[in-house]
Design a protein around this ligand. Structure first.
Ligand SMILES: Nc1ncnc2c1ncn2[C@@H]1O[C@H](COP(=O)(O)OP(=O)(O)OP(=O)(O)O)[C@@H](O)[C@H]1O
Ligand SMILES: Cc1ncc(C[n+]2csc(CCOP(=O)(O)O)c2C)c(N)n1
Ligand SMILES: [Mg+2]
Length: 323
């Protein structure tokens, strides 16, 4: 095939901002800031598992960047460098160009340098490694929650699952505006990077919601050795949801649906007014949805009458299918 290396150089070696050596050597060289820790994370996106193989490549590029930035947000880290591993069944220049533009669009918005990667033939799949920086000792972890603290979530939940439902033909009657909004949330999630950094002095623990609110909050609770009581009526949803909290599809999308890439975090009640102000001043709403309890095994959701809502706290599982 003509010029495959030239195409890789053209589309996959953009200029960098804060990198000693990128793109073209056997490894990239980076220089971390003094008094900072590095935060490292890898995410796979596999055709047919994480995205429909006919997905618009520009949007796929955006999503690949966004889901990795979301892990940096969850740690309170500033994302700085990425590496992209890519397998392609064929090297089509138009696809590669659109993918690369989408990937770069999100990276550029966050001033992240694309410093290297690897490209081979194979079934369409991506592996993105991201490296961020966080001031010494200030990273948000899953393990810092304490009994008595509040549980918060950013944005609205269940939108991405609604977009996936629509793609799967599970809710054909969705109004066009709701459908477009849900598809946008499913295919182009917004990583809450600025929020994650702003939470460093305020939150005690954090996680991003990739596998569903209950599953991911469950990981945080397990890591912290605590329990939770949630209030169903407080869970924030968008106007796109075609049904309400008593509907099992609503519960599946909002409580168990993944890929909203919102942040779920805990904070002492003394931080409430600061978090409310942060929510008002920022680009994303913050909602208090419950509280942390001392019993490590407690997983309780109450409806408006105070009754327990029976719903599984399991989320998306690649080896078991959707929850
Ligand atoms: N193949 C692997 N090798 C080493 N560690 C792994 C591997 N797979 C997962 N892990 C680790 O397990 C932990 C949970 O991984 P997971 O991928 O579920 O993260 P997540 O942020 O919850 O989800 P997402 O994939 O949506 O980012 C992470 O600390 C991750 O580094
Ligand atoms: C074609 C297609 N089928 C199903 C889904 C749903 N889905 C896939 S992975 C995942 C959780 C996050 O993954 P991970 O934990 O690996 O980051 C979800 C909710 C999709 N996006 N595309
Ligand atoms: Mg995560």
């Amino acid at each position: 095939m003509t010029g495959e290396f030239a195409l890789i150089r053209r589309y996959f070696h953009p200029p960098t901002r804060h990198t000693l050596l990128a793109g073209g050597d056997d490894a990239a060289l980076i220089v971390p800031q003094m008094a900072h820790e590095l935060a490292l994370s890898t995410d796979l996106l596999v055709g047919g598992q994480h995205f429909f193989p006919d997905m618009d490549p520009h949007r796929l590029g955006q999503k690949a960047a966004a889901v990795n930035l979301s892990d940096m947000a969850a740690m309170g880290a500033t994302p700085r460098w990425v590496l992209l591993g890519l397998t392609l069944s064929s090297f089509q220049e138009s696809w590669v160009a659109a993918f690369s533009q989408g990937f770069r669009k999100i990276l550029d918005a966050h001033e992240v340098d694309w410093v290297g990667g690897d490209t081979t033939a194979g079934p369409l799949a991506l592996a993105v490694t991201i490296i961020g920086e966080v001031p010494d000792g200030q990273a948000l972890r899953r393990s810092g929650a304490h009994a008595g603290e509040d549980i918060w979530v950013s944005g609205t939940l269940g939108d991405a699952a609604l977009g996936l439902d629509w793609r799967l033909g599970r809710c054909p009657d969705l109004a066009p505006a709701a459908r477009d909004f849900a598809l946008e949330r499913f295919e182009c999630p917004t990583p809450r990077v600025a929020l994650g950094q702003a939470l460093r002095p305020l939150a005690s623990a954090a996680i991003d919601i990739s596998d569903g609110l209950l599953a991911d909050l469950g990981h945080l609770l397990t890591a912290s050795g605590v329990g939770a009581q949630l209030e169903l009526a407080r869970i924030p949803t968008s106007a796109a949801q075609p049904s309400g909290p008593t509907d099992s599809d609503w519960q599946r999308r909002v409580l168990q649906g993944g890929e909203d890439y919102e942040l779920c975090f805990t904070a002492p009640s003394s931080r409430r007014s600061q978090l409310e102000a942060l929510g008002r001043a920022g680009t994303v709403v913050l909602t208090r949805i419950g509280r942390v309890t001392a019993a490590p095994e407690e997983r309780f959701i109450q409806d408006e009458k105070g009754q327990s809502v029976a719903v599984s706290w399991r989320g998306y599982d690649h080896f078991a299918g959707a929850a």
